[in-house]
Design a protein. Structure first.
Length: 53
């Protein structure tokens, strides 16, 4: 799991387990990514469903 709880990059709301989110990120160059949660947290912008509307 995450050491730091993921937060929405717009409103800073803490993201809860099984909550629907949107991620803005570049398509990765590397093949075989296994740590998708870490990649999203460090390379993407997490946006909660409310802020995406």
């Amino acid at each position: 799991m995450f050491k730091n709880r993921p937060q929405c990059s717009v409103c800073n709301k803490e993201i809860q387990a099984n909550e629907e989110i949107f991620v803005k990120m570049r398509y990765p160059e590397a093949k075989g990514m296994t740590e998708i949660k870490a990649f999203i947290q460090y390379q993407g912008k997490i946006i909660c469903e409310e802020c995406n509307k």
